[in-house]
Write a protein that binds this ligand. Structure first.
Ligand SMILES: Nc1nc2c(c(=O)[nH]1)N[C@H]1C(S)=C(S)[C@@H](COP(=O)(O)OP(=O)(O)OC[C@H]3O[C@@H](n4cnc5c(=O)[nH]c(N)nc54)[C@H](O)[C@@H]3O)O[C@H]1N2
Ligand SMILES: Nc1nc2c(c(=O)[nH]1)N[C@H]1C(S)=C(S)[C@@H](COP(=O)(O)OP(=O)(O)OC[C@H]3O[C@@H](n4cnc5c(=O)[nH]c(N)nc54)[C@H](O)[C@@H]3O)O[C@H]1N2
Ligand code: SF4
Ligand SMILES: [Mo]
Length: 649
């Protein structure tokens, strides 16, 4: 029998595509973009088709596993045995040491409506320790909160009104496919598109010009361009005088530096700054899209705030087709009281960017148990050696997921989770304003359970069972109350995506939820904060989004034997290294063996690689990264890591 199921991709991806899953004889045969979805418009990434292989992969774990010690091999077990074991550990540790001896670590793998209930479960348990901060976009979010009061982005549909676009550290060809046709249209209309990225990413081909500043130095470029606009008296005076706070302070900061000096500091040609200024003056409105790579620097807030300031000076705030857009709140449309955070006094949080140290240093109580869902921190958190030590410090680790990845290797129990194709749920997006249905396309593989079902069955072993054990339909009805209030019935939401009542153009009335009610310029800036260097380690390690995978969503067989690191031709020559040669990459934190790719036209001060390869497959680039926190926003400055490259042995 053939059937087509309308569903929504739940992967960690800003597109949150509407999908059509074609089922033949109960088997998933194709996954295509839904032509009826207003953002997807039938277009998805290469990873969508590949996901079918992941669902049916022979490496996928489709039955629960258990072991008494990490050194022992896994043993298959029934759900009753593993859930009994997990429940008894949760109970005994909470009774002996208090629930804060348990760390609940929820990753970025799947952020659906029902996933709110994971934390609800732990709050019913008494409230456990959770991470705070971000491995992803925390810095940018906080920086934009400071400027706008709240980070709110332009609806991607509003980019149809843009005359020009700046892709500021974003790589849509790999990470935001639905934006690609929008970008092409801007150029077809005669508008300019510029990519600003130290790396010549795949998206360079989309742009009229690729500007490659020194990593982490974008603030200087944004300031140079602002100065050029001011010099021509082309700034938006009305906005600066009537809708902004701190404009004069910011103009004074700009006055301290010349355009030439700023361009030297970001190692960009003055001509490139002129090119950007021309676009901002002559091709209004300009949409600026911030990527996530921008965040992964210690002082990233300064760059993001300088970019916001540039948009303000050039008259692009609160204007259709303009704006500085980064992303949306993927849990925003759901009723957040179901996190259950008000059930207990505030519980302990651990700083995510320094999670390993934080776990090891936690006292009263110590962290005795870690429960991981939809995450692979051993691979994806910074400083792998420390992360492994921290996981080993815990006496009991539960891992819920799909594959035996680096984090599963540190666990005592493996709970096999369904993929979104085996689930019923609702998904909102961090890349647009549509929520969509997650409809079950195929039956759960083997004995896999959705995370909701796991917590539902676990709850049955506790005295709060009746508060958790409700049907998926009832829970979704309640979780989606704010969506229903906007006029979308649950029946409609099962059929197709719904556009939330969110602004197309944020701040169109020029009022901002800041303390002053105005846009707030940054009023302090120390250039030396952005100029850190370590002469012994000359290259910034940029571990960017792979084209064919999302982060560590891979399998053992899906890896090259070694990670590939890309270096500029001139540097390879200087170091007497050849394309394809084995090399060793060293940082102050660790060492990784890799294969060298030599690239003409790449900046000389960077080493580029794809993030997410597994440690156990010989990759594990986070062995090199340092576990520090960003100055603002508790983000993780992965790209603050400097490395050197030497010949392999
Ligand atoms: N194919 C694929 N898609 C993905 C993902 C994936 O791994 N693979 N990951 C998902 C996730 S978790 C996220 S957060 C998003 C990320 O989506 P993007 O932000 O589009 O992708 P990134 O590769 O993280 O970063 C984008 C670019 O930022 C650049 N960059 C680094 N430092 C700087 C800087 O100082 N200044 C400037 N101007 N640019 C800089 C990098 O070189 C990189 O090319 O994509 C999501 N989608
Ligand atoms: N060096 C370096 N490190 C980085 C980054 C970088 O740029 N450089 N980027 C950072 C970024 S932006 C991010 S977002 C983080 C990501 O860090 P993580 O969230 O820890 O890692 P992912 O690799 O996205 O793994 C998500 C896992 O969730 C699983 N999963 C998917 N759906 C479900 C489900 O329903 N239930 C369960 N239980 N599991 C599910 C997937 O199979 C996958 O294994 O990594 C960060 N790490
Ligand atoms: S991974 Fe991203 S682009 Fe690919 S189908 Fe899913 S949401 Fe769409
Ligand atoms: Mo991310």
């Amino acid at each position: 029998m053939n059937e087509t199921i309308v569903t929504t991709c739940t992967r960690d991806c800003p597109n949150t595509c509407g999908l059509l899953a074609e089922i033949r004889d109960s088997r998933l045969v194709t996954l295509k973009g839904d032509p009826g979805h207003p953002i997807t418009r039938g277009l998805t990434c290469v990873k969508a088709a590949r996901y079918i292989k992941r669902v049916y992969s022979p490496e996928r774990i489709t039955h629960p596993l258990i072991r008494d010690r990490r050194s022992l091999p896994w043993r298959k077990a029934g759900w009753d045995e593993v859930l009994d074991t997990v429940a008894s550990r949760l109970k005994s540790i909470a009774a002996e040491s208090g629930p804060e001896a348990i760390l609940y670590y929820q990753g970025y793998g799947e952020r659906t409506a029902l996933k709110l209930l994971n934390r609800y479960f732990f709050n019913l348990l008494g409230g456990v320790t959770t991470p705070a901060g971000s491995l992803c976009g925390g810095t940018g979010q906080r920086a934009q909160d400071l400027d706008f009061g709240r980070r709110v982005s332009h609806d991607p549909l509003d980019h149809a009104n843009s005359r020009s676009m700046i892709l500021w550290g974003r790589n849509p060809v790999s990470t935001n496919i639905s934006l690609v046709p929008v970008i092409r249209k801007i150029r077809r209309r005669g508008g300019r598109v510029v990519l600003i990225d130290p790396v010549p990413s795949r998206s360079a081909a989309l742009a009229d010009r690729h500007i490659a500043p020194k990593p982490g130095s974008d603030a200087f470029l944004a300031m140079a361009v602002a100065k050029l606009i001011l010099a021509r008296e082309a700034e938006d005076r009305d906005f600066l005088e009537n809708h902004a706070l701190g404009a004069n302070d910011y103009l004074r900061i700009l006055a301290r530096h010349s355009v030439e000096e700023l361009c030297v500091r970001c190692d960009t040609a003055v001509e490139d700054a002129h090119f950007l200024a021309e676009i901002l003056m002559l091709q209004k409105p300009t949409a600026t899209l911030l990527g996530w790579g921008m965040h992964r620097h210690r002082e990233a807030h300064l760059s993001i705030r300088a970019i916001d300031a540039l948009a303000a000076i050039s008259g692009n705030i609160g204007v259709s087709g303009g704006g500085v857009s980064q992303g949306f709140e993927e849990y925003g449309p759901f009723d957040q009281k179901f996190w259950g955070d008000d059930l207990n006094p505030r519980r302990r949080t651990l700083l995510l960017p320094r999670i390993a140290e934080e776990i090891m240093n936690a006292r009263d109580p110590e962290i005795r148990m870690i429960y991981v869902t939809a995450a692979n921190p051993v691979c994806m958190a910074p400083n792998t050696a420390k992360t492994i030590a921290a996981f080993r410090h815990a006496e009991f680790v539960v891992y819920s997921g799909h594959f035996l990845d680096d984090t599963a290797d540190q666990a005592h129990v493996f709970l096999p989770a369904t993929t979104f194709l085996e689930e019923e749920d609702v998904m909102a997006s961090y890349g647009h304003n549509h929520v969509g249905p997650v409809n079950r396309a195929i039956a759960p593989m083997g004995e896999c359970k959705s995370e909701f079902r796991m917590f539902h069955d676990l709850a049955g072993r506790f005295d709060f069972a009746d508060r958790f054990q409700r049907s998926v339909t009832d829970w979704l009805h309640d979780l989606c109350a704010p969506i229903r209030e906007q006029g979308c019935s649950m029946a409609d939401l099962r059929k197709k995506a719904f556009r939330l009542n969110a602004p197309m153009v944020p701040f169109a009335d020029k009022s901002f939820p800041t303390p002053s009610g105005r846009f707030q310029f940054m009023t302090e800036f120390r250039p030396e904060d952005l100029d850190r260097r370590d002469p012994a380690y000359p290259y910034r390690l940029l571990t960017i989004a792979p084209h064919g995978f999302i982060c560590s969503e891979r399998t053992m067989t899906g890896h090259d034997p070694l990670p590939v690191v890309t270096l500029a031709e001139e540097e390879a020559r200087r170091l007497d290294l050849e394309n394809g040669e084995d090399v060793v990459v060293e940082s102050r934190t660790g060492t990784v063996r890799a294969k060298l790719a030599v690239k003409a036209g790449q900046r000389r001060d960077i080493l580029v690689s794809e993030r997410g390869g597994w440690l156990k497959a010989g990759h594990g680039l986070n062995r090199l990264t340092q576990d520090i926190s960003s100055t603002v926003g508790r983000g993780t400055p992965y790209y603050e890591t400097s490395v050197r490259v030497i010949k392999g042995t």
